[in-house]
Design a protein. Sequence first.
Length: 103
Amino acid sequence: MRFDSIVKFYTNATSARYVPGKGYDSTVKLVGDLPANVTDVGIHRSVSDFGKITTGNKIIRTMEPVGKDWDYCLIDDDQHKYIPVTDRSPLKLTTYLVGRSQS
């Protein structure tokens, strides 16, 4: 298995601070970036797992977990944000199922 993608995990700041002239400013914080194996979820698996065809879902496999809570991730500096759907930690890898964010 090749870990040929870099996935950056971000969190939205929980406490927004007030900046005069701008209003409330919520900052985005980089939680971590990991090399990963990224694959698309196939149509047959999407139907069997979710009962419907959902496009834009991806499976991210990493050698180690992110370790912290994260709100979204970017794959190879792509503009599309992916939000977590579920995660699993079998014996050797950590697997995240993510879906494409609508925003």
